[in-house]
Every structure is written in C-alpha cells, then in structure tokens.
Design a protein around this ligand. Structure first.
Ligand SMILES: *[C@@H]1O[C@H](CO)[C@@H](O)[C@H](O)[C@H]1NC(C)=O
Ligand SMILES: *[C@@H]1O[C@H](CO)[C@@H](O)[C@H](O)[C@H]1NC(C)=O
Ligand SMILES: *[C@@H]1O[C@H](CO)[C@@H](O)[C@H](O)[C@H]1NC(C)=O
Ligand SMILES: *[C@@H]1O[C@H](CO)[C@@H](O)[C@H](O)[C@H]1NC(C)=O
Ligand SMILES: *[C@@H]1O[C@H](CO)[C@@H](O)[C@H](O)[C@H]1NC(C)=O
Ligand SMILES: *[C@@H]1O[C@H](CO)[C@@H](O)[C@H](O)[C@H]1NC(C)=O
Ligand SMILES: *[C@@H]1O[C@H](CO)[C@@H](O)[C@H](O)[C@H]1NC(C)=O
Ligand SMILES: *[C@@H]1O[C@H](CO)[C@@H](O)[C@H](O)[C@H]1NC(C)=O
Ligand SMILES: *[C@@H]1O[C@H](CO)[C@@H](O)[C@H](O)[C@H]1NC(C)=O
Ligand SMILES: *[C@@H]1O[C@H](CO)[C@@H](O)[C@H](O)[C@H]1NC(C)=O
Length: 339
C-alpha cells in the first residue's frame, strides 16, 4: 500500500467531518456501481431476524419471514410482515413497529437494502446504537423512525454521509445521548427532526438554523442546556418547535418572529428569562403557546392576543410576569388559558 492510501488517511484523521467527507468520496467512487444488483435483501433481513432473541411476540410477528419461501421466489420477501416492495420486487419499506422485537440492529446490514425508502421500528424494545456500519450510500432512504425503544449512544456524525436524503428522523423516547452533532445540519432535505425524551446534552447546535426545509423541531425532555440559538429564526418553514424541559438558559430570540408559519411553540420548564418579544406578535398562525415555568418578566403582551387569531392554548404560568391580564385575551379562541 502506498503512503497516501485512503485507509491510512482515515485512520490518522481525528476530524470526524473530514472522515465523513472521505467516507462519502470512497462510497461514491467504489461501492455504488454494484448497488442495483445488491445480493439478498431477504437474506439480510433473515440474518437480522436470526440475531434477535425471539420472544413469543416477535416470533409471531416475524413468522412470515421465512427462508424456504425466500429461496423459492425473489418476490416472496414482498409478502412478509412489514414489507413494501416496488414493481421490481425490491424492498422499499420496512415497518415492523410494535412487533415486540428486542435485541439490536447490530446484524442488520442496511447496505443490502439499497432501495429502502423508509424504516419504521418504533414501539419495540430494541437496544444498542444507531446503525453506523453502513458500507453503501443509502440514497433512497428518506424516513427513519426508531422512536419508543431503548436505543442509546449518539447520532453518528457521519449520518449525512450515508443517508444524505433523510427527510424525517424520529428518535424520540429512547436513551440516545451525547451532543446533537452539528453535522445533522448537512441533512439538507430534513423536514422533521424529532429527538424528544432522550438524554441529549451540549446545547442546541446553532447549525440547525441552516436546515431550510425544517418544519418540525422537537427536542423537548433532554438535558440540553445552553441557549435558544438566534439562528433558528432562519427556519422559515418551521411549523412546530418544542424545546420544553431542556434546561435552556437564555432570553427569547426576537429572530423567531421570522418563522411566520409557526403554529406550535413549546418552551415550558426551562430557565428562560427576559421579556416576551414584541416582534413575536408577527407569528399570526400560533395555535399553541406554552412558556410555563420559566423566569420570564415584563408584561404579557396584549398584542399577542389581538394578532394570534387562531390561538387555542396559552400557558404562561409560573413566571415573573407583572401587570394585568390583557383585555385582548377575550378576543382569542382560547380553550386553555393559564397565566
Ligand atoms: C414454493 O413455490 C411453489 C410453487 O409456487 C409452492 O407450491 C410452494 O408452496 C412454495 N414453497 C414455499 C416454502 O413457499
Ligand atoms: C431510488 O428511487 C428512485 C425513484 O423512486 C428509483 O428510480 C431508483 O431506482 C431507486 N434506487 C434504488 C437503488 O432502488
Ligand atoms: C411508524 O409506525 C407507528 C406505529 O404504527 C406510527 O404511529 C408512525 O407514524 C410511523 N412512523 C412514520 C414515520 O410513519
Ligand atoms: C427501557 O429500559 C428500561 C430500563 O432498563 C425499562 O424499564 C423500559 O421498559 C425499557 N423500555 C422499552 C420500550 O423497552
Ligand atoms: C461492519 O460490517 C461488516 C460487514 O458488513 C462486518 O464484517 C463487521 O464486523 C461490522 N463491524 C461492526 C463493528 O459491526
Ligand atoms: C415520528 O416522527 C414523525 C415525523 O418526523 C412522525 O411522522 C411519526 O408519526 C412519529 N412516530 C411516532 C411513533 O409517533
Ligand atoms: C457539511 O459537509 C461539508 C462537506 O460536505 C463540510 O465542509 C461541513 O463542515 C459539514 N457541516 C457540518 C455542520 O458538519
Ligand atoms: C408556509 O405555509 C404555507 C401553507 O401552509 C406554504 O404554502 C408556504 O410555502 C409555507 N412557507 C414556507 C417558507 O415554508
Ligand atoms: C412539548 O413537549 C412537552 C413535553 O413532552 C409536552 O408536555 C407539551 O405538551 C409539548 N407541546 C407544547 C406546545 O408544549
Ligand atoms: C405546557 O407544558 C408543560 C410542560 O411540558 C405541560 O405540563 C403542560 O401540559 C403544557 N400545557 C399545555 C396546555 O399543553
């Protein structure tokens, strides 16, 4: 092997971003040509099944995943529980949510499912890390839902290098931890990032403000700490933000007033201080607003109630607001008001 061999380069690099880029280059130059004739989608799924401790529930749910049937016909896999195929019999969707599966994804070779578009493993009892040992670029995968399991570890910083077209990522209600890697911002097609109820720390990366198509950002119930970055104001497509119960300590960024499609704003149970920004009255589509249990001061602005004509929930109790309850409250369609 020559000195500038790629293995040496990657082994000596301590920079994960460079590593991710390198992985991308390696994959795009070598492995992809073979992707359309990838061996054994059925076999890859069976190897994963074989690795699982099959409880009665899982054995029942995955009973149709059968080796003899797969050997018989290359379309057999398409009739297995949870499978969606395209017209060529390639697996484009795997949904085994709520199947009573435990075990890990260690033996699931995603590289053998090159046509996969969506993966839904929610509501199982799976453990272990997010799949990172992926030896092929998964260009078609747009949706990954691992929510409501017991997964742990970080979001792999190299994720955008092997699933570059993700649109929906739901990892909520697990035990994922570590920093939310700023490289997530390289998932430029992301529309929803749902990471609530985990153990993420290290703050909200300001880089998230560059995911211009993001509509849903749920980071609640994580020990994140730090500030609400002003850069989130660049998310002009944002419809829902929930960063409640996240140990956040900052003022409320006036810049969020640019996210005029916002309908749900959850900021409750943090250490947010300062005043409600006057500029937020521009968020005319707000339906739910919850800043309960913070250290906010100043007035509850009458402008909000006159501008937010679709408001149904306004919760601002347990803060340090002063002054009177604005008469404009009466103009809102409030179902739930708590001050
Ligand atoms: C294999 O295919 C044949 C003919 O289509 C069918 O009769 C048989 O039941 C299949 N065997 C399995 C194990 O699916
Ligand atoms: C990815 O999806 C596109 C469009 O649906 C399709 O044309 C292409 O063949 C798919 N790629 C693979 C590897 O299945
Ligand atoms: C995954 O499956 C669950 C349970 O069926 C469902 O509620 C959820 O919407 C699915 N996730 C996605 C991304 O479709
Ligand atoms: C996750 O693990 C905890 C503690 O080990 C356990 O109490 C809980 O039921 C598990 N959750 C799931 C969805 O398996
Ligand atoms: C990564 O995958 C390769 C083959 O796909 C396998 O041989 C190797 O053991 C895997 N490594 C880890 C750490 O899972
Ligand atoms: C996970 O989040 C996605 C949005 O990204 C949503 O469509 C899906 O229903 C959620 N999954 C569950 C189980 O709620
Ligand atoms: C995104 O990827 C590019 C290279 O493709 C890299 O230069 C940049 O630093 C990455 N950004 C993040 C936040 O990882
Ligand atoms: C805001 O929402 C409207 C419709 O609900 C949509 O047409 C528009 O493109 C959205 N704006 C952005 C910047 O996403
Ligand atoms: C945000 O998440 C918290 C914690 O799960 C939840 O109680 C709340 O209803 C969510 N939405 C809003 C608008 O606060
Ligand atoms: C506001 O957020 C708190 C904390 O998550 C939650 O307990 C409360 O139910 C929320 N209020 C509404 C009306 O959703």
């Amino acid at each position: 092997m020559r000195r500038h061999d790629h293995c040496q380069a990657s082994a000596s690099s301590r920079d994960t971003l460079r590593l991710a880029l390198l992985l991308f280059l390696l994959l795009s130059s070598s492995q992809l040509r073979g992707a359309s004739s990838a061996p054994g989608e059925a076999e890859a799924l069976l190897e994963w099944k074989d690795s699982l401790p099959l409880t009665a529930a899982a054995a029942g749910a995955l009973a149709s995943w059968d080796r003899a049937a797969a050997a018989n016909s290359s379309f057999a896999v398409c009739s297995w529980h949870g499978m969606t195929c395209d017209v060529f019999g390639r697996v484009v969707g795997v949904d085994v949510s709520g199947a009573g599966i435990d075990g890990s994804l260690h033996a699931l070779d995603l590289s053998s499912l090159p046509s996969l578009g969506s993966l839904n493993l929610s509501y199982n009892a799976l453990v272990g890390p997010f799949p990172s040992n992926v030896s092929a670029l998964l260009l078609n995968i747009t949706s990954v839902d691992l929510s409501n399991n017991n997964f742990s570890g970080p979001i792999p910083p190299a994720l955008p290098a092997y699933m570059p077209n993700l649109e929906h990522l739901n990892l909520s209600s697990n035990q994922f931890a570590g920093e939310i890697s700023p490289s997530v911002a390289n998932l430029t097609r992301l529309q929803s990032l749902v990471l609530g109820k985990n153990s993420f720390s290290g703050g909200i990366p300001p880089a998230l403000g560059s995911i211009s198509r993001l509509r849903v950002l749920e980071l609640h119930s994580n020990p994140l700490g730090g500030a609400i970055p002003a850069s989130l104001g660049q998310l002009r497509s944002l419809e829902r933000i929930n960063v409640s119960i996240a140990q956040l300590e900052s003022t409320l960024p006036t810049e969020l007033s640019h996210c005029t499609n916002l309908t749900v704003i959850g900021l409750a149970v943090n250490k947010l201080s300062g005043k409600l920004p006057v500029s937020w009255a521009k968020l005319r589509r707000v339906r739910e607003f919850n800043v309960s249990k913070n250290m906010l001061t100043g007035d509850i602005l009458p402008d909000y109630f006159s501008a937010w004509t679709r408001l149904t929930v306004f919760q601002a109790d347990k803060n340090h607001f002063i002054g009177e309850i604005p008469a404009e409250v009466g103009m809102a369609l409030l179902g739930d008001l708590s001050l």
